[in-house]
Design a protein around this ligand. Structure first.
Ligand SMILES: *Cc1c(COP(=O)(O)O)cnc(C)c1O
Length: 229
């Protein structure tokens, strides 16, 4: 039988250990419990265990789940977002991790303006350069930032990556390190609407490596909620 509270506690301890190993404050890393395909009851168990940040991948699924959770958690949209779902996404989520085009950025900024509140986003970077993946290529991130620089209803809080699937967590390390170096480099000339504080990287199989490389947000599904069927 799956015990979400015990899983949460184990993950929390591993996060803290990985942070301490490299001299980081464990509180500088937030755990996003990724609940795609999982029922609201399990999300509530995670919240009772201490989760404050929950991630979902699909607007459609989130519409059915998020309104049923009354606890004040931060909702993260971590799946690919279509422009025609921008309004819905902004209503449901507090942070959108998957901004990867000027057009989507403009759509989200318009929603922010209508609501009178800047939309918090991360830029999804395709660090592996895979042709099939969403996300902007590392070499194009600077142009995307520049194109969205005057959108004050967009707060570009950081970068996110999903490395190519790999046999080992070690294989993901260069992607995590690359994302952090890219962030550090961009931060020197970043526009006023792009504080770039956050690095969203690391999932169930590689989050300790991501934390060693500077992750501030780890997105963890299976290690908390069990395998997806
Ligand atoms: C599903 C998903 C996760 C969680 O993956 P696990 O391997 O279950 O930890 C993290 N990030 C994204 C973008 C996902 O789609």
């Amino acid at each position: 039988m799956m015990d979400v509270a015990a899983n949460w506690e184990r993950v929390r301890q591993r996060v803290a250990e990985a942070a301490r190993k490299v001299g980081r404050d464990p509180h500088a890393v937030r755990i996003i419990a990724v609940s795609k395909t999982k029922p609201v009851e399990l999300i509530e168990q995670a919240i009772r265990a201490g989760a404050t940040d929950i991630g979902e991948n699909y607007v459609q699924e989130a519409v059915a789940k998020i309104p049923r959770i009354t606890a004040p958690v931060t909702w993260h949209m971590i799946g690919h977002l279509q422009r025609n779902k921008a309004a819905r996404a902004v209503e449901l989520f507090n942070v959108i991790h998957t901004l990867d085009s000027v057009a989507l950025g403009e759509a989200l900024a318009r929603q922010g303006e209508q609501r009178g509140q800047a939309v918090r986003v991360l830029l999804e970077v395709n660090t592996g350069g895979e042709a099939t993946k969403h996300g902007v290529r590392a070499e194009d991130v600077e142009d995307l930032l520049a194109a969205l620089a005057d959108r004050r209803w967009l707060s570009i809080d950081g970068l996110m990556t999903i490395p190519p699937p790999a046999e080992s967590a070690a294989a993901a390390r260069p992607h995590f390190r690359g994302l952090r170096q890219l962030r550090d480099q961009l931060q020197r000339h970043a526009p006023a609407n792009a504080p770039l504080r956050e690095l969203s990287m690391g999932m169930s199989d590689d989050f300790t490596v991501a934390i060693e490389e500077g992750a501030t947000l780890v997105r963890i599904g299976r290690a908390i909620f069990g395998e997806r069927t």
